[in-house]
Design a protein around this ligand. Structure first.
Ligand code: NDP
Length: 265
């Protein structure tokens, strides 16, 4: 059975995916900082994606035990919401460090292993936010739009080595993500010019992420499992609450009309 390394397995989409893949019989290494939060059957590995030594130690641990990595699922991430004027460049760099450069660093370490095996699948958890923008999501979208370009280029580069690259683009999924993003937004806007609008948006995000309107993370877990099983997976899976209609809306509407709708949502 395939050996899978999955980041962000301590919560939300990663947690449910790890659990689902274990149930399907895969050997799953779940990586995160909170290794005590993994579902049963997952092999926990300590990982801070922003720390190169931690990335190296994580890969070394999996390779020492299994000698191979068939699937890498790059899922760890968060939403640094806040007005661009309010977010410090230090925080913006941290957003890109977690959602893009850390992911890239881990991927770079796994590629030689997959090249030697002459096979492998890299699954990058992007977002519908890699194709559309939302109010106060500047740095989050910068990280996910970048991840889309990065993944499309990587897929072309590694095809000749038998390695495939797949993007998962979730819509709204009920996890801690929205609460963390809403807290970032409220916190970063304190006392500033955007505070009123930011607090309104933050409260609305919290309402959404506390309701049952959004998709269950299991839907994303099943899509990831489908991509792993498929002999020829799709290059991108747009899935979950709002994803298809919002991306469609962005494609057909003039930018200013789209902006107006999103500002009022
Ligand atoms: P959660 O907040 O529930 O989970 C985030 C995971 O990322 C945690 O397991 C956390 O682990 C891990 N993580 C965060 N920072 C680091 C770090 N520095 N090093 C290692 N791991 C880290 O959110 P989701 O499950 O919703 O998010 C998973 C992915 O899905 C993200 O990339 C997100 O952007 C994307 N997504 C989510 C959507 C949603 O609506 N929920 C929509 C579209 C995309 P720990 O803190 O233990 O290290």
């Amino acid at each position: 059975m395939k050996v899978i390394l999955l980041t962000g397995a301590s919560s939300g989409i990663g947690y449910n995916t790890a659990q689902h893949l274990v149930e399907e019989g895969y050997t799953v290494y779940g990586a995160a900082r909170r290794t005590d939060k993994m579902p049963a059957g997952v092999k926990p590995v300590k990982l801070d994606i922003t720390d190169e030594a931690s990335i190296n130690a994580c890969i070394e641990e999996v390779m020492n035990k299994e000698g191979r990595i068939d699937v890498l699922i790059n899922n760890a991430g968060y939403g640094s919401y806040g007005a661009i004027e309010d977010i410090t460049i230090e925080e913006a760099k941290r957003q890109l460090e977690v959602n893009l450069f850390g992911l890239a660093n881990l991927t770079k370490q796994v590629l030689p292993i997959m090249r030697t095996q002459k096979s492998g699948t890299i699954i990058n958890i992007s977002s519908m936010g890699g194709r559309v923008s939302t109010l106060f999501g500047g740095w989050y979208h910068a990280s996910k739009y970048a991840l889309e370009g990065f993944s499309d280029c990587l897929r072309m580069e590694v095809a000749e080595f038998g390695i495939d690259v797949v993007l998962i683009e979730p819509g709204g999924v009920k996890t801690d993500w929205g609460i963390i993003a809403a807290d970032h937004l409220a916190e970063s806007s304190k006392g500033g010019a955007y505070e009123k609008q930011a607090l309104k948006t933050s409260a609305s995000m919290k309402r959404q992420y506390s309701s049952n309107m959004l998709s269950n993370p299991n839907i994303i877990a099943k899509t990831i499992a489908k991509a792993i099983k498929s002999r020829r997976p799709k290059t991108r899976y747009l899935i979950g609450f709002g994803a298809k209609p919002i991306v469609f809306m962005k494609t057909i509407l003039p930018d200013r009309v789209y902006d107006k709708i999103m500002r009022n949502m």
